[in-house]
Design a protein around this ligand. Structure first.
Ligand code: NDP
Ligand code: A1CAB
Length: 271
C-alpha cells in the first residue's frame, strides 16, 4: 500500500506515540492528514495538531478512521481501552501494541478472534531516526503485515522481528536502556564538573563521547572489549579510570539493571 493511502491511528498521544509519530512524519512516510490520534485530554493532542494530524477524544473514531492502529497507552490502561475498542475492530485492522509487558496472548484474548495484532517495543530515539525496535506477530498476521510495519518504521532506525520472549529482554536492554545511558552520561559529565570543567561543556562532551563510541561499535562491528583495549595505554589514564569502574561493579550493576527491567516487564504481563 502506498504511504498516501495508508491511514494510521494512535490510541494514546504521549511520549512514545509522539516519538513514533514524529519519526514517521519526518521521514515523510505518511502524510500528517492521514494520521489520527486520540487521548482523553488535550495535554498532548495540541502538539499533534501543530504537526497537521487530526485529533479526537474518542478512541473509537481512531479505529473507524484508520487501518493501522498503534496502541500507545500505559500498559495498565490497555485492557480497558481494548474493551472499548473491541466492537469496532474488523479483520481489516492491523493493531500494534507498544505496551511494555503485555503479551500477544493477552492482547489476543482481549480482542475479537482473528484480529491481526503485533507487539512492538520501540525506544524514544526513534524520533531522531536512530531508534531500536523489535516486534513479534500474533496468530494470523501474515508476511505482508509484518513487512508493512517494518516499512513504516524503517525511517525510525533498527526494526527487527524477534521471537516474543526477546521483547521483554529488549525492553530491559533498550526501551529502558536509553535511561541508563542518560544516567551514565550525567555521571560522566559530573565527574568532569568535579574536576573543574563547566557543566554545559561537560554535558556536550559526554554526549559526543557516547555518540562516537556507539558509532565505532556499530560501524567497526568489533567486540566492545577490543575497542576498549584500543583506548588503553599500559599504565596510562584509561586503565586507571576503568579500574575504578570495575571496583564499583559497573558491569554487574548494569547487567542487574537489564535483568531487573526485563523481570519487571514479565511481571507486568502477569497483571
Ligand atoms: N516512554 C518510553 O520510552 C517507552 C514507552 N513504551 C510504551 O509506550 C506506552 C506509552 O508510554 P508513554 O508514551 O511513555 O506514556 P505517556 O504517559 O507519555 O502517554 C500515555 C498516553 O495515553 C493516553 N491515555 C491515557 N488513558 C487513555 C485512554 N483511556 N484512552 C486513550 N488514551 C489514553 C494519555 O492521555 P493524555 O495525553 O490525556 O495524558 C497519553 O497521551 C506504554 O505502554 C509504554 O510501556 C515503550 C517503549 C518505550
Ligand atoms: O518504563 C517503562 O515501563 C517503559 C517501557 C520501556 C521504556 N519505558
Amino acid at each position: 500500500m502506498e504511504a498516501e493511502e495508508l491511514r494510521v491511528g494512535f490510541v494514546g498521544a504521549g511520549r512514545m506515540a509522539g516519538g513514533l509519530g514524529r519519526g514517521l512524519l519526518r521521514a515523510g512516510k505518511v502524510p500528517a492528514s492521514n494520521i489520527i490520534v486520540s487521548a482523553p485530554s488535550d495535554r498532548n493532542l495540541a502538539e499533534w495538531r501543530e504537526w497537521g494530524c487530526r485529533t479526537t477524544h474518542c478512541n473509537l473514531e481512531v479505529l473507524q478512521e484508520s487501518t493501522v492502529v498503534f496502541l500507545a497507552t500505559k500498559p495498565h490502561v490497555l485492557p480497558t481501552v481494548l474493551q472499548e475498542l473491541r466492537p469496532a475492530v474488523t479483520s481489516q485492522h492491523l493493531l500494534i501494541s507498544l505496551a511494555a509487558g503485555v503479551t500477544l496472548q493477552k492482547l489476543q484474548r482481549l480482542l475479537p478472534t482473528g484480529t491481526k495484532v503485533l507487539r512492538l517495543m520501540p525506544n524514544l530515539p526513534c524520533v531522531l531516526q536512530v531508534g531500536a525496535a523489535v516486534f513479534s506477530r500474533g496468530t494470523g498476521v501474515g508476511d505482508g503485515d509484518a513487512a508493512l510495519l517494518q516499512s513504516l518504521l524503517s525511517p525510525c532506525g533498527l526494526c527487527e522481528e524477534v521471537p516474543e520472549p526477546y521483547i521483554n529482554i529488549h525492553t530491559g536492554l533498550s526501551g529502558s536502556g536509553v535511561a541508563y545511558v542518560y544516567l551514565f552520561a550525567e555521571a560522566m559529565a559530573e565527574g568532569a564538573v568535579k574536576m573543574g570543567m563547566p557543566m554545559g561543556l561537560a554535558n556536550k562532551i559526554a554526549a559526543q563521547t557516547l555518540l562516537g563510541a556507539a558509532k565505532m561499535l556499530l560501524e567497526t562491528g568489533e567486540h566492545p572489549a577490543k575497542l576498549r583495549g584500543d583506548v588503553c595505554t599500559p599504565g596510562g589514564t584509561t586503565i586507571h579510570g576503568l579500574y575504578q569502574l570495575e571496583k564499583g561493579a559497573l558491569r554487574a550493576t548494569v547487567m542487574n539493571a537489564v535483568q531487573a527491567a526485563t523481570e519487571r516487564a514479565c511481571e507486568m504481563g502477569e497483571d
